[in-house]
Design a protein around this ligand. Structure first.
Ligand code: BJW
Length: 231
């Protein structure tokens, strides 16, 4: 088959070997922290100090982590396909920037980015690498206490959905890497791909919640399966 457009969806599993915890594995982030107290707009309104502490820790961890062989392989896939006039659409649920630091040029962060913040007073969004506090003033409007991490919490609309749907429809291979298939709408993309007759492949450590929807699956560490897929 002549593959022109590859759609890759990545999740926390691709960054696990960089030392960043996944969410739903044993010992994962949501086994240690209650997502309803940390990753909803209601939680932020109720206890912004707690939410800032959690995301300050996560931001520091992400900035200190290094990309692994799986991130590098996807960056090489992007440049290799581009050199042949073909295209990789890299959609990540991850809020870290390890794809970018591995060399990927076009990364679509559907759940936002830890290294960006947004002001609830004026809507200004900008790169941000420091800790946030409830006193941090917005550099744009000067209002204090309304800055939040620019990540997508439960109940909020994921970002770039139109571009993602468009790329998914146009793709002729759908690959999901290191994601449990537990969070929608991303977990539903494999079913959409199937409905469009697009071949589907899962590269994961263990069978995901939506594993039955994939035509092909390779189980193993992303640092091994992703370079092998790209080779
Ligand atoms: C390895 C490995 C190694 C380990 N190598 N693999 C039906 C339809 C639509 C929505 C819903 C629905 N039902 C319910 C909803 C609402 C909700 C939802 O999905 N809830 C579920 C829990 C049921 N969804 C939402 O609220 C979303 N918004 C929304 O739906 O808006 C309305 C809408 C409607 C219709 C269309 C469009 C929109 C927003 C979801 C926001 C998720 N936010 C988080 C937090 C982000 C900030 C932060 O980081 O704190 O995003 S939650 C968390 O889960 C994070 C992740 O991106 C996301 C997915 O997790 P991921 O990446 O899959 O990680 P894990 O840990 O679950 O899995 C890791 C996998 O890797 C495992 O399988 C391991 O085996 C594997 N692995 N090591 C390879 N070395």
């Amino acid at each position: 088959m002549d593959i022109q457009n590859v759609f890759v969806l990545t999740g926390a599993g691709i960054s696990a070997e960089s030392g960043l915890g996944t969410f739903r594995d044993r010992g994962g982030v949501w086994s240690r922290f209650d997502p309803m107290k940390l990753a909803t707009p209601e939680a932020f309104a109720a206890d912004p100090v707690l939410v800032h502490d959690f995301y300050n820790m996560r931001r520091r961890d992400a900035l200190n982590a290094q990309p692994n062989a799986a991130h590098t392989a996807l960056a090489e896939l992007e440049s290799g396909l581009a050199a042949q006039g073909r295209n990789l659409f890299l959609c990540t649920q991850n809020v870290d920037d390890l794809h970018e630091r591995a060399g990927s040029r076009a990364v679509v962060h559907m759940h936002g980015e830890l290294s960006r913040v947004r002001c609830l007073a004026c809507g200004d969004g900008r790169p941000w690498r420091e800790d946030l506090t409830v006193e941090t003033p917005c550099p744009s409007c000067g209002v204090a206490g309304r800055m939040r991490p620019d990540v997508v919490w439960f109940g909020e609309m994921p970002k770039h959905l139109d571009a993602i749907e468009d790329a998914l429809i146009k793709s002729d291979l759908f690959v999901a890497i290191g994601t449990s298939g537990a969070v929608y709408p991303a977990a539903g993309y494999v079913a959409q791909a199937q409905a469009f007759g697009i071949p589907t492949l899962a590269l994961n450590l263990e069978a995901a919640d939506n594993a039955g929807m994939f035509a092909r699956t390779r189980l193993g560490l992303a640092s091994a399966t992703v370079p092998a897929f790209v080779a």
